[in-house]
Design a protein around this ligand. Structure first.
Ligand code: DAH
Length: 344
């Protein structure tokens, strides 16, 4: 029996040393040390030994078991080690490689102009408001003193969704929304940038969707001089400190009196050139003193408070400022166009 134990030990150790895969090692472990393994079988035969032989053989069995277990776990560790170093060498990261550049977008020129204008008005104490692009006829027209059938509605060709719902043609409805939210309190100073829609045929200067910024101020004793002073301050911060503006009488149903505001041509300084069509002036916005009816409908008493409002086209200002000749460039998103605004 002792001879058989020795033989088994030798042959097992030999096989273990030859194993090349960890699954084979597992099979061998079962073959020798498993419940039905060879060593266990041998142990069963111990009953037939004489009492003197038993402790000797028992000791030997233990030695063999320990020797095999040591061999198994040594081999197992070797496998794990090999696996780890294979992984390490196949998955190396070269930390000195330069990173792959991620192309960064640039701010859209319209967003940039909006932000610039917002900053100027925030500096003057205005808040920035918002309103829905899908608007009701009520807010887009009626609350602005444009009842159904009013001829001035034709000034803006409207995309109607239903009889009562439309794509807002102007940011002016946000005036009424903001006034109602304020519940008659003063002062109210807000601007509202946003998209507007009109049934225009697109060309170099028209787009069925464009961007406006609305402004509204309501307080006690607001006069035309406040309108002019505010817009002059805006023009100078936006276009340069020597800018001049000029107000021309105009008509809007929601303001009385109404004025169109011109900027002295920044290209020629007023002498007349191609940009200002030889007039020396460039129209940049519509404005006026808020009509008493508009104040009243939105919960303000025109006997106690007054206000001024204005609205400007953002594309127009961006085109003037950057010398863009076709409004459609802002929407086709050609990156060659957009990237130009990243400089500086
Ligand atoms: N909503 C006008 C338009 O789209 C622009 C405008 C003119 C707005 C005068 C105003 C204003 O607030 O007072 O043509």
């Amino acid at each position: 029996m002792q001879t058989r134990l020795h033989e088994m030990k030798e042959s097992a150790l030999g096989q273990i040393s030859q194993v090349t895969e960890s699954s084979q090692l597992q099979d061998l472990r079962v073959k020798y040390l498993g419940k039905k393994g060879e060593l266990t079988e041998l142990l069963r035969g111990m009953g037939s030994l004489s009492p003197e032989e038993r402790p000797v053989v028992g000791q030997l069995v233990n030695e063999v078991r320990e020797a095999l277990e040591a061999a198994f776990s040594g081999k197992q560790q070797a496998f794990e080690q090999a696996e780890l170093s294979a992984k390490l060498s196949s998955q190396t990261v070269d930390v000195t490689l330069p990173g792959r550049p991620v192309p960064a977008g640039t701010m859209h020129p319209l967003s940039r102009i909006i932000e610039e204008i917002e900053d100027i008005f925030i500096g003057l104490g205005f808040e920035v408001a918002e309103g829905p692009e899908l608007e009701t006829d009520h807010f887009n027209f009626e609350m602005l003193n444009l009842p159904k059938g009013h001829p001035a509605r034709d000034m803006q060709d409207t995309f109607y969704v239903t009889d009562e719902l439309l794509m807002r043609t102007q940011t002016s409805p946000v005036q009424a929304r903001t006034m109602l939210k304020k519940e008659g309190k003063t002062p109210l100073k807000m601007i509202c940038p946003g998209k507007v829609y009109r049934r225009d045929d697109d060309d170099a200067t028209h787009s069925h969707q464009f961007t406006q910024i609305e402004g509204l101020v309501i307080d006690k004793k607001i006069g035309m001089s406040d309108l002019k002073g505010t817009l002059l301050t805006f023009a100078r911060q936006m276009f340069g400190e020597n800018q001049q503006i000029r107000l021309r009488p105009s008509f809007f149903p929601f303001t009385e009196p109404s004025a169109e505001v011109d900027l002295q041509c920044f290209n020629c300084g007023g002498d007349g050139c191609r940009v200002c069509k030889q007039t020396g002036w460039i129209e940049i916005l519509g404005s006026g003193m808020v009509h008493p009816r508009v104040l009243e409908m939105a919960g303000y008493n025109p006997e106690e408070v007054s206000g001024f409002a204005f609205g400007m086209g953002v594309e127009r200002i961006a085109m003037l400022k950057y010398g863009v000749e076709d409004i459609r460039h802002f929407y086709t998103n050609d990156v060659r166009f957009l990237r130009q605004f990243n400089r500086g």
